[in-house]
Ligand binder design. Structure first.
Ligand code: PLP
Ligand code: COI
Length: 342
């Protein structure tokens, strides 16, 4: 393959594409080993490994961008390093030291430099770290050996519409997480629990499922693969809940909102309050900030409409543009969110 990887950058979907290398590190005898760089896409796993039976799997998602100045920028990887430590502690896996995490992220990005989409293509390099329990075990208990691996793949927009309003569904018969369960961590099982509702949503013409809090079904939690925010009379409101994933994108948008003079409220949001909101969106690494045109509460036969003309709202657009500009290096990185890979 040539140096530019021969990819139609403008038409990438959010999917897997083979790149040159992935990086791996094993935890054994109570310590992390050496970083290994490999071109193999396969793993050799014992059939009784805890990741296969008892769901000892955690992952992360972040992106690298090529700027107009040609530099490679990784967005807030220290936050992902902290979150994967919380996930590891949450399901009794070996936490990855932050320095090791960041060193491996930089290494895998640099090793696959030719797969970083060019500035202006709208695409980015998605970075997927994952950790799995490797020890053969039949009783329900944590592994003692772990594999931490990072691969990358160039991606386009998560939702095929790109930065265009999408429809979202509430189905009251599904939950993705339990009230005191694993929703606050990025564990594979949460996504298994979301597949059934997610596929139904797609079949019924929705981009995603909006989950309500699993205890009372009264408050908004989050979307399948993203957090939720709304704009109510000029204020950025976003759910506070123990069963949602603390999103790095949401955290960043809250800071950007404040920088732009927009007040932020992070608190429980009763579903009915949506009737008083002018804009709504889902936010995450993959989703960035995807505007929501309407939310259908399917069983209740009720809808909340945010965009009659199918155009993104004014504040959502401002937040999206500022976030992208910081990620690409078009605007100053005043909060030190970006790591430049030399
Ligand atoms: N919520 C869930 C369930 C997710 O899978 C994601 C994606 O990572 C997010 C929220 C957004 O988090 P972040 O902005 O850190 O990507
Ligand atoms: C992300 O936004 O990074 C995610 O992990 C969402 C989804 C692809 C699982």
């Amino acid at each position: 393959m040539d140096n530019n990887a021969n990819i139609d950058w403008g038409n990438l979907s959010f999917g897997y594409m083979k790149t040159d290398y992935n990086v791996r590190c094993t935890y054994k005898d109570g310590k992390w080993g050496e970083i290994e760089v490999t071109d193999s896409e396969n793993l050799n796993i014992h059939m009784a490994a805890t990741c296969l039976h008892y769901g000892q799997e955690i992952f992360e998602g972040m992106k690298a961008f090529r700027g107009k100045d040609g530099k490679i920028r990784i967005f807030r990887m220290d936050e992902n390093a902290k979150r994967i430590q919380r996930s590891a502690n949450g399901i009794m896996m070996a936490p990855i030291p932050e320095d090791l995490f960041c060193e491996m992220v930089k290494k895998v990005v640099k090793a696959n430099e030719r797969f970083i989409p060019p500035y202006g293509s709208g695409a980015s390099l998605y970075i997927r770290p994952l950790e799995i329990g490797m020890t053969a075990q039949v009783g329900v208990k944590p592994a003692t050996e772990y594999l931490f691996l990072i691969f990358v793949t160039p991606v386009g927009p998560y939702f095929k519409e790109g930065f265009k309003p999408t429809k979202v569904a509430i189905y009251r018969e599904y939950d993705r997480a339990a009230p005191c369960g694993t929703g606050r961590w990025k564990v594979g099982g949460n996504y298994a629990a979301s597949l059934s509702a997610g596929e139904r949503a797609k079949a019924e013409g929705y981009s995603a499922v909006l989950y309500l809090d699993p205890k009372e079904k009264k408050y908004i939690d989050e979307c399948g693969p993203a957090n939720f925010f709304a704009i109510k009379n000029g204020v950025y409101i976003t759910p506070k809940s123990g069963s949602i994933l603390p999103s790095v994108t949401n955290m960043s948008l809250q800071q950007i909102a404040q920088d732009l003079g927009i007040a932020v409220e992070c608190r429980p949001i009763p579903l009915e309050e949506l009737a008083e909101c002018q804009e709504a969106a889902e936010c995450g690494t993959a989703a960035v900030a995807t505007p929501i045109s309407r939310i259908d509460d399917v069983e209740e036969g009720k809808s909340y409409i945010f965009s009659e003309n199918n155009e993104p709202g004014e504040i959502t657009t401002k937040l999206y543009n500022r976030l992208r500009a910081i990620q690409l290096g078009d605007e100053p990185d005043t909060h030190n969110w970006v790591t430049i890979v030399e």
